[in-house]
Design a protein around this ligand. Structure first.
Ligand SMILES: [Zn+2]
Ligand SMILES: [Zn+2]
Length: 230
């Protein structure tokens, strides 16, 4: 047996740390010091807001999704990586790997039928060239061994959520999503994937539509959640 060779690709395009850009080993995603500083969420979590107990401010407000889970808070190196994911699909794989790790820990025993990404409107997809949540969903699905089913679509016009104050976000996304085909979701247990949860309005609206379409349960998985959302 010969020792595993470094793929030729990485000789021409060496791997760089996702956070600081330093050259690193081709199997790693972060340099050692950036990985140590990544804003991982602690073990004790709130299912409703996804934060560690110490940063939960949601008062366990009920949501249309059963739970939300993420490896990171939306800050530091995780925030930089999520911003890059919106432009470069290559970031989907390493971020999906972190998502798959928390999936195994917290969602491993749930009998999911498929993974569904939060959809993106045609205009925004034209601007960015791809739906980063769909790219992420595809990578997560491959890593946790589930199929992907894009069963939501954007039917209305909404402003980008990050341009609005939190108090306007639920109204901004109300009624803008729809189910592509009711048969696909009826009775199903669905893993809903997005890059970030800030106010939670997008996930909640998507989960509501899936439930109205007859979904049995909807669990959300994101790369990062904002700390201390009410
Ligand atoms: Zn680094
Ligand atoms: Zn909470």
């Amino acid at each position: 047996m010969t020792k595993m060779q470094k793929p030729l690709y990485f000789s021409f395009f060496p791997r760089k740390c996702l956070s600081c850009g330093k050259l690193i080993d081709y199997k790693a995603y972060y340099c050692d010091s950036c990985r140590a500083q990544m804003p991982f969420i602690g073990e004790e979590r709130c299912e409703q807001c996804g934060c560690g107990r110490e940063h939960c401010r949601c008062k366990h407000k009920s949501t249309h999704y059963e739970a939300v889970l993420a490896p990171f808070y939306y800050e530091g190196g995780a925030k930089r990586a999520v911003i890059k994911l919106k432009r470069y699909p290559i970031y989907a794989e390493p971020l999906a790997k972190e998502c798959a790790a928390v999936f195994a820990q917290y969602y491993g025993s749930i009998p999911f039928n498929f993974v569904c990404p939060v959809p993106m409107g045609k205009k925004r997809r034209r601007q960015s060239g791809f739906n980063h949540s769909a790219a992420l969903a595809k990578e997560i699905a491959a890593q946790v061994g589930l199929p992907v089913q894009e069963c939501l679509t954007v039917v209305g016009n909404a402003k980008a959520q990050h341009t609005l104050d939190f108090c306007f976000r639920a109204g901004n996304v109300r009624g803008i999503y729809d189910i592509i085909e009711d048969n696909a979701v009826s009775g199903k247990v669905i893993l809903l994937v997005d890059d970030i949860k800030t106010s939670g309005a997008t996930l909640n609206e998507c989960a509501l539509m899936l439930k109205l379409g007859g979904a049995k349960a909807v669990y959300a998985l994101c790369v990062s959640v904002a700390k201390g959302q009410e």
